[in-house]
Design a protein around this ligand. Structure first.
Ligand code: FES
Length: 292
């Protein structure tokens, strides 16, 4: 049974809930999928949104961490929980590898803006490492296999072509390939060391697609900052509409602490800091300023 409390008024739809671990699966080297039962969150969340996760009953680690929705799961036709992916690289994520069925977890969300509607052209999703996480729900929604949100979002168009270009450093880090294998999705893989798929970096797959017979009309991208910066540059040069989903560090997730601010270009050419957790994490590529 999960209890529910509202968060401060900055994100009216978000709730803090007591979730329960349903299962955990190792997907690849240091990479896991966790399934949590939390119907309140599962019924609201949309592709590209995220939630915060914290180990309950401890201040070590003190803070929660943001995770993007991988997918929701259903019982009796109703969304009752969420799946998400993570890489064990810090205190909380190392602890999480020991979580097992029945363990309680503190969760709050849904948070952030999510991806815009995919539209009816060629949508290309470009992912680096664990940045593939948000794209399973995008793909399933775009292909009409699932709907998300309450009320469920009714898309006004569906992509004529859907591509996921997914890059990792070597084949041992490929996570979720089984889930991404679906009719209607062109899955392209790049590995830095050439151990699987294209030998090279994933922005090269975007370049190839742009110069193909069916170039993308729209690009969604999530991954490490240098890779997103490369994708931003390509899309600006080639005049392809692009949205980047940032993986900013976050402390609260609902707009109160300003730990997640990023410089964003304004319509008048000036720039201002925006909170990635509220105004993002998905931003039009042309508005983001990457700081070296
Ligand atoms: Fe606190 Fe964004 S994480 S304002």
């Amino acid at each position: 049974m999960s209890s529910e409390t509202t968060l401060p008024g900055l994100v009216p739809t978000a709730r803090q809930v007591s979730a329960v671990v349903v299962e955990q699966e190792k997907l690849a080297t240091n990479t896991y999928r966790l399934r949590l039962k939390c119907p309140e969150l599962a019924q609201q969340i949309r592709p590209g949104q995220f939630f915060m996760v914290k180990e309950p009953g401890t201040n070590d680690p003190l803070l929660g961490r943001p995770f993007a929705l991988f997918d929701t799961y259903e019982e009796d036709g109703l969304s009752v929980g969420i799946d998400f992916g993570y890489v064990s690289i810090g205190k909380l994520t190392n602890l999480m590898t020991h979580w097992s069925a029945g363990d309680p977890v503190q969760v709050w969300g849904p948070l952030g803006n999510g991806f815009p509607e995919p539209g009816d052209g060629h949508l290309m999703m470009v992912a680096g490492g664990i940045g593939q996480t948000p794209f399973l729900a995008v793909a399933r929604e775009s292909l009409g296999l699932k709907s998300y949100g309450n009320p469920p979002r009714e898309l006004t168009g569906r992509p004529s072509k859907l591509t996921l270009a997914y890059g990792v450093r070597s084949k041992d880090y490929l996570a979720g390939i089984e889930q991404f294998t679906m009719e209607g999705l062109d899955l392209q893989i790049a590995t830095d060391d050439g151990s699987f798929g294209h030998h090279g970096f994933v922005p090269e797959l975007l370049q190839n697609a742009i110069h193909s017979d069916t170039p993308p009309d729209k690009v969604y991208c999530c991954g490490p900052e240098p890779m997103m910066e490369a994708v931003q540059k390509i899309c600006l040069q080639e005049k392809v509409a692009c949205w980047l989903s940032l993986e900013s560090p976050m402390a609260c997730g609902f707009g109160a602490c300003f730990s997640c601010v990023v410089p964003v270009r304004q319509a008048d050419g000036s720039w201002d800091y925006k909170r990635s957790c509220v105004e993002g994490p998905v931003f039009p590529a042309e508005t983001l300023i990457f700081e070296d």
